[in-house]
Ligand binder design. Structure first.
Ligand code: FES
Length: 164
């Protein structure tokens, strides 16, 4: 995944104080890293390298270990989410009906990859597993809005709705 669209980190002092509290709460317990990462992601919305570094120092583990865990688990994100979080279902029912092509079209139109956010912070793209709406396959969601029975030609119209 490229890092071209990562906005500059601008964590606040309040967020940092919260992170230190989280680290201190878990420090010294077995398997502290994963719960700390979860709670840190709630504070920041994602886990940029600056936050990973603070966690590594706070828990006295290597940054490589922290990075390894963050990149291994899909629930952790290295990138911030957009104001509009687009999630394209790549579950079997959606995939066989062409959700891969829909995802490609969205990536091309926004110029970002899955997991990334546009530089203006407006859109991010995720690929998801089945969201339980297979009857509407292929499906995507934008925040809580569900769009179903899509074709590649529907993509522009959906994105235009949120562009303005
Ligand atoms: S596979 Fe997409 S909603 Fe079930």
């Amino acid at each position: 995944m490229s890092a071209k669209n990562v906005p500059a980190f601008n964590g606040t002092k309040e967020q940092e104080a919260k992170l230190m509290e989280i680290i201190n709460k878990h420090k010294g317990t077995n398997g502290a890293l994963i719960p700390v990462l979860h709670e840190a992601q709630e504070v920041y919305g994602y886990l940029p390298i600056e936050v990973q570094t603070m966690i590594a120092e706070g828990l006295d583990v290597s940054l490589a270990e922290v990075y390894g865990v963050v990149t291994f688990y899909a629930q952790f994100s290295l990138y911030p989410k957009g104001q509009y979080r687009i999630a394209v279902c790549l579950g079997t029912a959606c995939y066989v009906k062409g959700s891969g092509d829909i995802l490609d079209k969205i990536k091309e139109r926004l110029g970002i990859e899955v997991g990334e956010c546009t530089p203006d912070g407006k859109f991010s793209i995720d690929a998801t597993r089945c969201i339980g709406a297979c009857g509407l396959a292929p499906v995507l969601t934008v925040n809580d809005e569900v769009y179903g029975r899509l074709t590649v030609d529907d993509v522009d119209g959906i994105l235009d709705k949120y562009m303005n």
